[in-house]
Write a protein that binds this ligand. Structure first.
Ligand code: Q9C
Ligand code: ZN
Length: 577
């Protein structure tokens, strides 16, 4: 996967690495200008020293291999931009990467309220470009830009050779989404700034004045199309998106779900604790949760079950919870008639009360997971769904374990419509819900590492022998671990889970994360240190798969804080932002 982003701060060690790679691509594409590349760090370091700002926009794989770059100058005083260089690695020529970079540049200029983007291209005429190889190259470039509706400005002396050795270029103009024509004075101001930057050190004032004065047409004229003559072959010009960071989705709506029972661990403060510590890491772009239709829930949950939660919750008086009373487990065909009594039909335990707001909070939590999943589909390498209430204990037609709708499974199902999807569950408790939902499906792999069900909730599932059923046989793996499990033992087992994931070769990875694996959690019994989460983060990032992290459990606020920081530190040490 390729993402496009800006290198803004050259001081970061990561920026140094990326700039070195850009210099590589630079000398591969522009061997005669190789020494110009050496100036890039200096240009970036002093963005305001000149009368323009320099931005380096790069495309890279999620492992940080730079595949292309654009060096953009923006002149804030005259509101125009100049695309100084754009190039992709030779191996990637013709793969559409140039287009993606160019569109990202346009989007970036638009963000700066730029009134136009200027580009120089080596002339595609044999009397100005003598070398046949160079001529072929410039024809290719000109065709590329013509597809975007760009053509050289004609009737000027802009192409007059200058410098030692003399170079020549045509000037192209991209109006960005403005539908206006280019006036003579606008063009002259731009040309003055561009030439001063480009040739200030080799060309005299006289040369620059001559070129500017050669602009006589008002408005400026453009050469007729040479390569792209039919309307159909003109590209729909879009504004590309520049990837700035990981996505984080959270919703304020979770606070309505406040279970007022003494000692109820799953409380609103959990979300605040997580946000307080991970936002200052500077790794995330916060994405507001979108509203999703009930359809995404019905894709993994039973309709009667969904209707039950909705109906019973909306009928409840505020403040009066419904706890299951009787569990008709021996007659699963017999659903009790009375709505509150039905709680025992749909719920697995006595720790997941229904309040009026439980349904609305559960819906909001689904929206968080779905929004984060859409970020993954939009090309973000890592997206974090800060869900509350959690979801992984919710089965197709059952709720429990503080969970109502299975956020991770709902998101995983949507991702599975676009590619092979694996769910890795590392909450302390076995993700019985996720296992149940995908148990017969071979297209979604489910793998879970958790406290052994002999000793831990949910007690009835999570055993090693549960490997899927029917077409899903061989697509579910459980790795139960004993109480007091320590780091080394845990990580060895975690590695086995990772092997399962790798073997499946997923396109998307969903990770159900619970910080209740850490020592001191009131619902867990492992003896793991925070360091384990850093290793987990590194290990996940090294898989190099677009990853959706879904928040499940973890009830010790200090562990939530320290654990989440460790996890994202680990991830970002491999997958740079
Ligand atoms: N009365 C999650 O971490 N405790 N859920 C069982 C029964 C349930 C944990 C108590 C722990 C559920 C998402
Ligand atoms: Zn848990």
């Amino acid at each position: 996967m390729i993402r496009i982003r800006c290198i803004t701060s050259p001081a970061l060690p990561i920026a140094r690495d990326r700039v070195t790679q850009v210099e590589d691509i630079f000398s591969e594409n522009f061997p005669i200008l190789a020494d110009y590349a050496d100036r890039i760090p200096e240009l970036l370091a002093n963005p305001f020293k000149q009368d323009y700002q320099t931005t380096l926009i790069i495309s890279e794989t999620s492992l940080g291999r730079v595949t292309g770059f654009a060096l953009l100058l923006h002149f804030p005083d005259i509101h125009i931009s100049f695309l100084d260089f754009i190039a992709v690695r030779k191996k990637r020529w013709g793969g559409g990467l140039g287009g993606a970079l160019y569109e990202a540049v346009r989007g970036y200029c638009e963000g700066l309220s730029s009134q136009g983007l200027y580009i120089e291209v080596q002339p595609d005429d044999p009397d100005l470009t003598k070398d046949p190889a160079e001529l072929a190259q410039s024809r290719k470039r000109m065709r590329f830009y013509e597809q975007y509706g760009l053509r050289p400005i004609t009737g000027t002396a802009y192409h007059t050779p200058v410098g030692k050795p003399p170079t020549t270029a045509y000037l192209l103009f991209d109006p960005l989404n403005r539908r206006t024509i280019l006036s003579r004075s606008e063009a002259q101001n731009a040309v003055k700034a561009i030439l001063k930057h480009r040739f200030g050190h080799v060309a005299d004032e006289h040369y620059i004045r001559c070129v500017i004065q050669s602009f006589t047409d008002d408005p400026v004229r453009f050469r007729p199309p040479r390569y792209v003559k039919t309307a159909e072959s003109v590209k729909e010009v879009t504004m590309g998106h520049i990837q700035k960071s990981f996505a984080l989705v959270a919703s304020q709506k979770h606070v309505i779900h406040h279970v007022r029972s003494r000692g109820y661990f799953e409380r609103p403060a959990r979300v605040g604790a997580l946000l307080d510590t991970i936002l200052p890491l500077g790794l995330f772009t916060v994405v507001p949760a979108k509203r999703f239709s009930e359809k995404v829930i019905l894709a993994v949950h039973d309709r009667h079950f969904v209707n039950y939660l909705k109906t019973v919750c909306t009928k409840l008086d505020t403040g009066r919870p419904v706890y299951p009373d009787t569990f008709p487990i021996r007659r699963p065909d017999r659903r009790p008639r009375d709505l509150p009594v039905q709680a025992g039909y749909y719920c697995i335990d006595s720790c997941t009360p229904l309040y009026r707001n439980a349904y609305f909070a559960a819906r909001a939590s689904v929206d968080v997971a779905m929004t984060a999943a859409e970020e993954i589909l939009a090309g973000v390498p890592l997206s974090y769904a800060l869900c509350r209430p959690p979801g992984h204990h919710a089965e197709r037609k059952v709720y429990g374990g503080f969970c109502y709708f299975n956020n991770a499974a709902i998101a995983a199902h949507q991702l599975s419509l676009h590619g092979r999807t694996a769910v890795l569950d590392i909450d302390f408790h076995h993700g019985n819900g996720t296992q149940d939902i995908f148990y017969t499906r071979p297209d979604v792999l489910t793998v879970s590492v958790h406290g052994h069900p002999d000793n831990a909730f949910p007690y009835f599932s999570g055993f090693a022998g549960e490997n899927g059923e029917a077409a899903g046989l061989g697509f579910n793996y459980n790795f139960p671990l004993p109480p007091n499990t320590i780091d080394t033992v845990y990580l060895k087992t975690f590695e086995k889970a990772v092997v399962c994931i790798k073997r499946f070769r997923p396109d998307f990875l969903v990770v159900s994360v619970g910080f209740d694996i850490l020592k001191g959690d009131p619902t867990g019994t492992f003896s793991l240190s925070v360091k384990v989460l850093e290793t987990i983060g590194q290990r996940l990032a090294r898989l190099n798969i677009p990853t959706l992290i879904v928040q499940e459990g973890g009830y010790n606020l200090r562990n939530l804080k320290r654990g989440s920081v460790a996890l994202f530190r680990g991830i970002s040490s491999v997958l740079s932002v």
